[in-house]
Ligand binder design. Structure first.
Ligand code: UGA
Length: 448
């Protein structure tokens, strides 16, 4: 098929390369000239394991290209368009900003030739447009009505990929969700189009679930809300452990043996961040309020608050460890990305803690295997150290805030020889306390 992917961020760029890998002739579209240029050269504009290889393979096969502004004639030849642009938190509130999604839709609709619009029917729409961006429930129905005015069929196909595993999650997702229109003829045409796109995945036995628009939109936010709730639940238990002398790591392991609970996503620590979980739960609350059902998701306010309190806790424990004031002290922060295997610093707990300690007067020496370029650009007050041992130099306190394997492999003895004071706060409960204590460190985990 001829496919376009509008928006080439973490989601769209990987999706475009994956579509080409599946054999579709694919064009990726983005408004950022630097991004388009890099992708065209086969260079990933962000760190994502396995993506450069997939990108180069797809470019090499001649099936993939990128463009800033596709000509309408070019867009008109496309069989199916994916919209994969961002829906960031709006500047003036918690709701999602849908302007990029709306602009992408209009660009596609404007390119449809008049004659094709006139001949369009439910079975044979003028073009097929598939939304992948995370949107407030109700958006797909509204945009589908707009698309129908131009003879186009809109479908919603939410994406569940995790950064750091984006390639595997795109090519081997655990499920495909199709949000389809109520009209049975249009739904059949839409399902057939998506089945054709994903034929190799379906042949592999990947589950395909069909449902109406609001359910598909809700599946996405419900999944992210559940994940956020699971993390905040265990972090709430960490608060109780802190108040009682309990150990949250042992607690999580013990409850995780119950298969109904499961052990994944129960790592207590400095909490969740990134471009998805925090903004998605806020947008969900904002949308529920508009719908008059805010009580149904009012618990998400607590999920958000518990998550924010973890950052506060690391800051206050740090100040305590520094003798009450950070002024003039050296603090080593290991980690800047919101999670390992990513260079994404959006709403990163690690970076927020680092910036707050710098604001409190500390000289913060920060290390991260991939995120330092972003840190240097946005936080000139932080001292960037590519080598983690360099970050430890002269530090009175060390914070582990992103559990990169590079940091988990640090030698506690060598680390102790670099610092001024061997005290570490493990904000991810990822280190072996016994090994660090044996090397002379004073070790504190969160919630244990
Ligand atoms: C999340 C979802 O996991 C994906 O399924 C979804 O597609 C994506 O958002 C999205 O909406 O696009 P992602 O943001 O890449 O993916 O990150 P996660 O792996 O979910 O981690 C989120 C945060 O939770 C990280 O800051 C991580 O450190 C933290 N976390 C995770 C914990 O604090 N404890 C855990 O046990 C697990």
């Amino acid at each position: 098929m001829k496919i376009s992917v509008i928006g080439c961020g973490y989601l769209g760029a990987v999706h475009a390369a994956a579509m080409a890998h599946l054999g579709h002739s694919t064009v990726g579209v983005d408004v950022d000239p630097a991004k388009v240029e890099a992708l065209t050269q086969g260079q990933a504009p962000f760190f994502e394991p396995g993506f450069p290889e997939l990108l180069q393979e797809s470019l090499g096969s001649g099936q993939l290209s990128f463009t800033l502004a596709p000509a309408p004639e070019e867009l008109a030849q496309v069989d199916l368009h994916f919209i994969a642009v961002g829906t960031p938190q709006s500047e003036d509130g918690k709701a999602a900003n849908l302007s990029y999604v709306e602009a992408a839709l209009e660009m596609i609709l404007q390119a449809i030739p008049e004659q094709r619009k006139a001949q369009a029917s439910a079975q044979e729409p003028a073009t097929v447009i598939v939304g992948k961006s995370t949107v407030p429930v109700g958006t797909a129905s509204r945009l589908a009505a707009r698309a129908a005015e131009e003879g186009a069929l809109l479908l919603w196909n939410p994406e569940f990929l995790r950064e750091g595993f984006a390639v595997a999650d795109t090519l081997h997702p655990d499920r495909l969700v199709y949000g389809l229109p109520d009209d049975p003829l249009a739904a059949r045409a839409g399902q057939a189009a998506l089945d054709q796109v994903y034929a190799p995945l379906l042949a592999e036995g990947i589950e395909r679930l069909t449902m109406n628009y609001p359910t598909a939109e809700l599946v996405k936010v419900a999944a992210n809300s559940f994940l956020a709730t699971k993390i905040s639940f265990i972090n709430a238990m960490a608060e109780l452990c802190e108040a009682t002398g309990g150990n949250v790591t042992e607690l999580a392991e013990a409850i995780g043996y119950d298969e109904r609970i499961g052990s994944k996503f129960l790592r207590a620590g400095v909490g969740f961040g990134g471009g998805c979980l925090p903004k998605d739960i806020r947008a969900f609350m904002a949308r529920a309020q508009e719908l008059g059902v805010e009580d149904a998701v009012s618990f998400l306010r607590d999920v958000d608050a518990i998550n924010q309190r973890r950052r506060d806790r690391v800051v206050s424990e740090s100040l305590k460890a520094l003798g009450g004031s950070a002024q003039g002290k050296r603090v080593a922060v290991l980690g800047a990305a919101f999670k390992p295997n990513s260079d994404d610093i959006r709403d990163s707990p690690a970076l927020e803690v680092a910036a707050r300690l710098a604001e409190a007067g500390a000289r913060v020496q920060i290390s991260d295997p991939q995120a330092l370029a972003g840190v240097a650009a946005r936080h000139p007050e932080l001292v960037c150290c590519p080598d983690p041992y360099e970050a430890l130099e002269g530090a009175q306190l060390v914070l582990l805030l992103t559990e990169w394997s590079d940091f988990l492999q640090l030698d506690p003895l060598r680390a102790a020889s670099c610092v001024a004071q061997a005290q570490i706060i493990d904000g991810r409960n990822a280190l072996d306390p016994a090994a660090w204590e044996a090397a002379g460190w004073s070790y504190a985990g969160l919630g244990r």
